[in-house]
Design a protein around this ligand. Sequence first.
Ligand SMILES: Cc1cc2nc3c(=O)[nH]c(=O)nc-3n(C[C@H](O)[C@H](O)[C@H](O)COP(=O)(O)OP(=O)(O)OC[C@H]3O[C@@H](n4cnc5c(N)ncnc54)[C@H](O)[C@@H]3O)c2cc1C
Length: 385
Amino acid sequence: MDATTEGSGQEAQVRDLLREARDFADRVIAPRAEGWDRENAFDTDTLREAAALGWFGLQVPRDRGGMGLPFSAKSQLVEILAGADFGFALSLVNTMNIGYKLARDAPHLAERYLPDLLSGRRLASTALTEPGAGTDFGAIVTTATRDGESWVLDGGKAWIINAAASDVILAYAQTEPGSRGAGIAAFLIDGQRAGFLRRAPFALSGQHSIGVGGFELQGYRAAADEMVQAPGQAFRYALNDINGARTYVAAMCCGMVEAALKIASAYGRRRETFGRRLVEHQGWRWALGDADVDLAAARALVRAAEARVDAGAEARHEAARAKIFATRMAERHLPALGQLMGAEGLSARYPFGRHMLGAKISGLVDGSSEILLEGLAMRFAKEAG
Ligand SMILES: Cc1cc2nc3c(=O)[nH]c(=O)nc-3n(C[C@H](O)[C@H](O)[C@H](O)COP(=O)(O)OP(=O)(O)OC[C@H]3O[C@@H](n4cnc5c(N)ncnc54)[C@H](O)[C@@H]3O)c2cc1C
């Protein structure tokens, strides 16, 4: 097969994948999402239904049982799913990430964990944040101490997606207290082993489908080959991989606004006031046009960032711009589009309230808006100096 045939084969595969995602979002996620919030549920059964479609192996090479698709396919998949439920999409992508990283960086661990991760039998997390350190990642205090051939880990992680049930966790720990990024290493933690203590899931004001929680490591013993990234390397890898995460979170904001736009415009075509359909009032419909403009601009930034991640190019600024802009776009337009629905916009059967919380979460995860803005702005200070 030549490169062109292979390329068009992959495009067709991505088109089919995204069609399947739209169907899953409409048929499976949307009808269940309201119940997840009402019942504070983290629905691992629905995650396993998604696993049955092969999605957990989306970026995993074919010879390891995955689909071998590029990053952009993952980003566009979760964009569609977030239109139905942001938390579900974020939960799903966090398990997808670990399978891919193990296949890429630690083939011996991939052999051990991939079958369970691809089938959804086990869920996964990436754990940087601690009760005392969020934006300031270099300040983490979970320690990893060398003991003969193995490492002993002690400390606590908080605000971790999927931690309500995950037990294959890439966790960051300090090997040389006081050295900040230079001493941070990444370990594969097996939550079925002694020394791992799961905390009760965090009670959020919504979006329970994200399964956010925390855990403690108390004398947890990791073998030498369970260090996935060495001290120093881990910090750099985390900052590089996070560009992909920033890009797909931005895509998810686009997915939520697109869904809200569709719901509000359909409502405006049905509902009448003052003898006309809502959509026939100019003052009503301009909010749709306004959202459409910003959504197209956010999408353009997201597609540009995806292209750089796919190409393996430096994507720091592109990902930061996309995430800041798409988050603000969602924070502005989701309430405005909900307003178009009047009181109905507040009904739990529509996703406006859940999506608004999703937009707030987007402004915090994988680099808060303030820290991303600072990263973009700092270089002007340096250039001026
Ligand atoms: C739903 C949810 C899921 C999450 N999932 C994960 C996960 O899976 N894995 C993981 O490791 N973490 C996760 N996080 C944690 C997330 O990455 C942190 O919340 C984020 O890094 C912010 O850290 P913090 O909450 O400790 O805020 P802090 O660091 O305490 O900061 C508080 C506020 O001050 C701002 N701020 C801090 N420093 C500065 C500065 N220098 N200049 C200007 N403003 C500043 C921050 O932007 C923030 O708005 C999750 C968080 C949430 C809410």
